[in-house]
Design a protein around this ligand. Structure first.
Ligand code: AMP
Length: 322
């Protein structure tokens, strides 16, 4: 199928269906230090990266998150410029936004968290606006598992696809809630160290088998600069990561990947293993842009041509015939 035929099929399938993609997660301030430099407080957060990434594939992205009154109005406008609906973004007067500071080691793969100030997140009650109840695709970005679960329960109809991202922080402090929440979802995205922690298995294949028995139908294990693995029943798909000459800041790469993944799935509309393989490539392409500049800078101004060219690079990187 040519690129044109693929897009026409997607267009025809979605012609009379109004669906939306709901993203929840943190909208935050980050302070980042890498071997290449340091930022003061810049806008970050899992929902920020994920919704921006998804907006390149799907124009009905809605966000549920919370910020304090220190969060700039211009940043909310920028979400809207990307056609991201912010009706579900709560602004708490007199309170401060979530703040995270991290410092990367020289290998750029590992980092230390220097500060996590929950602020408004400490008692976040995710209110779902009525206009969001048409949600067919749900991205549960990194947040307290309890809040992620509440969002699922507050939707009148179960979405067609629920993707959840989480991290070791929640495995350490809220494992029971996490295990309960992953029973309710379709796709779990975690990194290799987190897959090992959650399963107690070193082999990622054994880890995946165990995690798939915990509830999710699909598991994506992100391996940073080594790509990602998709597991479903007895099937495995391995996606490469693009070898990049310059990596400035890996912050948000996982969220960008997840946002690109679910944005593409919402665009094609049909949930199956084959579409997920393509979605992983589109998510990886977006993540490869994210790391090229600090914070969200690079993924705020991408063109469809740039994305298409990057996807072509992925295709030629992994293509071989025997
Ligand atoms: P990543 O690099 O994909 O892990 O995502 C980094 C983003 O996650 C940053 O922009 C932070 O604001 C956000 N973040 C850091 N710690 C947490 C946490 N415990 N819960 C939710 N979001 C977090």
């Amino acid at each position: 199928m040519t690129y044109f035929q693929l897009n026409f099929t997607i267009f025809a399938e979605n012609l009379f269906v109004i669906m939306s993609l709901l993203v929840i997660g943190t909208v935050a301030f980050d302070a980042i230090e890498t071997p290449f430099g340091k930022t003061d407080k810049i806008v970050g957060g899992a929902a920020t990266y994920a919704s921006l990434a998804a907006s390149y594939f799907y124009d009905n992205v809605k966000i549920v998150a919370v910020v304090g009154d220190d969060f700039p109005e211009s940043e909310i406008k920028d979400f809207n410029n990307h056609h991201i609906n912010t009706e579900g973004l709560q602004i708490k007067n007199g309170e401060k936004s979530f703040f995270w500071a991290g410092k990367y080691h020289n290998d750029m793969n590992s980092r230390d968290t220097l500060v996590t100030e929950l602020n408004v997140l400490a008692d976040f009650d995710p209110v779902i606006p009525v206009s969001y109840q048409d949600c067919e695709f749900l991205m549960l970005g990194n947040l307290t598992p309890q809040v992620q679960q509440t969002v699922i329960k507050r939707l009148a109809n179960r979405p067609k696809l629920i993707v959840m991202d989480t991290m070791n922080f929640w495995m350490d402090i809220a494992l029971d809630d996490l295990l309960e929440t992953i029973k309710l979802i379709d796709v779990l995205t975690i990194n290799d160290a987190e897959a090992r922690q959650l399963s107690g298995e070193y082999s990622l294949v054994k880890a995946a088998r165990k995690i798939l028995q915990m509830g999710p139908k699909y598991l994506i294990i992100k391996k940073g600069e080594h790509g990602a693995l998709l597991f479903h029943e007895d099937k495995i798909f391995a996606a490469p990561a693009l070898p990049l000459a310059e990596v400035f800041d890996p912050t948000g790469a996982g969220d960008t990947f997840a946002g690109g993944f679910i944005g593409y799935m919402a665009k094609v509309g049909t949930v199956n293993f084959n579409n997920m393989k393509n979605a992983i490539i589109f998510g990886s392409a977006l993540a490869s842009f994210c790391v090229e500049k600090f914070g969200t800078e690079k993924i705020r101004n991408l063109s469809q041509q740039e994305i298409a060219a990057r996807v072509e690079e992925f295709i030629s990187l992994a293509k071989f015939e025997i």
